[in-house]
Design a protein around this ligand. Sequence first.
Ligand code: NAD
Length: 427
Amino acid sequence: MTDLIIIGAGPGGYKAALHAARLGLQVVLFEDAEVGGTCLNVGCIPTKTFVHAPSFEEAVQRQPLVVAQLRGGVETLLSQPNITLVRERASFVDAHTVASASGQHYTAPNIIVATGSSAKLLPIPGADLPAVVTSTELLQQKELPRRLCIIGAGVIGMEFASVFQRFGAQVTVVEYLKECLPMLDGDIAKRLRKLLEKRGITFHMGAGVQRIAPAAEGSSASVVFEKKGKEEAVEADLILMATGRKPVVSEDFAQAGFDFDERKGIAVDDDFQTTVPGIFAIGDVNGRQMLAHAAEMQGIHVVNRIAGKEDAICFEVMPAAIFTEPEAANVGPSEDQLKAAAIPFECHKAFYRANGKALAMAETEGMVKLCCEPGEGRILSCHVFGAHAADVVQEVTAFITLGASLQQLRDTIHIHPTLSEVLVELN
Ligand code: NAD
C-alpha cells in the first residue's frame, strides 16, 4: 500500500520522499525530467559552479560534471525499498488518485504537489527573439557573450551580472525599480550595486523595459526602455530575461478539486495543506518563498505531520543569500520594513574593513546591519554584504530562531580570527 504520492523530484519533493522513507512510509515519487529539479539541474548548483570557476571556459566544462555527480548521488539515495520512482508525468484523476502518462493509476491517502516554477517572460514585443534567453539557456552557452544585457536586478539578474562581468563580458543591467534586490536592506543593496558598478557593470535603475528590437545586423538586439520619461536603448549580443518566476500549475489539478491560480500557484494553509484535506503543496508551486531550502523544510514539515511527528520548524525565520561576488544575505525584516510596521528597534552596524580575517583575505568590502529590540534585546534581523555573507547570516539565524538577544550573541565566544567576529564587533 502507498502512504504518500509526491509529484516532482526537486529539492522539495525528493527530500520529502527521503524523509518519509526514513519514517517508514511507502512513497511513490513522480518525475518526468531529471531528479534534483531546477536547483540541481539549471539553478543553484550550476550557477554556483560558475561563481567558483576561474574562467568561463572552465565553468562550461565543469558544470555538467558537477550536476551529473550530484544527480547520481540523489538517484542512489532514492533507490531504496520504501521509494518507487516513476519517471513519467503524473496527472490527477481525483483527490486521491494520480495517473502516470502510460496510464497506470496510483492511490494514496496523502499527496504532495512539488512541481516548482518556471521563468516568467515579460509580455513585450521582441521577447521571443533568438538573442533573448532565460537563466537556463544562459548556463548552456558555449561562448562568452561580448555584450550581455540583463533585464531585472533581482536575485538572478545580480548573480549573473556579477559572474559574467568577472568572466570578461560587458554587462548592462536594466531594472524598473530604483534599487536592486528589494528584499535586502536598501543601504546594503545600494553599497553592493555601487561596488559592482565600480568593477565595470552599467546599471540603468528606474528603467522599465518596453520592447526588444532586432539589431540591423547579426544576431544582436536592442533593449529599449523608458528612464525619467525618455526612451533609451542598449544593444547586446545576448539578453537575459530575469524578471521573476511563476508556479508550474496544470489543468488536471482541477480534478483534485483544490484552489489554485496560474499567477499565485496553489493556495495552502500554514501547514502547506491545500483546500482539499490530504493534498499538500510545497516549494515554488505554492508561491510563498521561492527558495530551495524553503521547499525542503516545507516538505519535511508536511511529512512529519502525515507521520504524526511533532516539529518546531520556524517558517517566519527564513534566511536567504545572493551569490554575487561578494555575497549578500539576509534574515528577518529590513530596517525600512521595521519602520513601516512601527516596530521599535535599534540598529547596530559593523564593517568588514575592521575585521582581521577580512583584512587577511583582502576582502575588506562589506557591512553588517543587525536590528534588535531596544536595549540590545531580542534580535529581529540581520542583513549583510561581504565575503561569506551567507555564513554570517546563518549564525544569526540560529540566534533569532532561539529567540536570543544581542547581549547573548555578544556573550558567545567566537573563534579568532574569523569573519563571524564581525558580529561581536557590532557598534
Ligand atoms: P525577482 O523577482 O527577484 O526580480 C525580478 C526583477 O525584475 C525585479 O526587480 C523587477 O522589478 C524587475 N522587472 C520586472 N519587469 C521589468 C521591466 N519591464 N523592466 C525592468 N525591470 C523589470 O526574480 P528573479 O531574479 O528572476 O528570480 C526568480 C526567483 O528565483 C526569485 O523568487 C528568487 O528568490 C529565486 N532565486 C533565488 C536565488 C537565491 O536564493 N540565491 C537564486 C536564483 C533565483
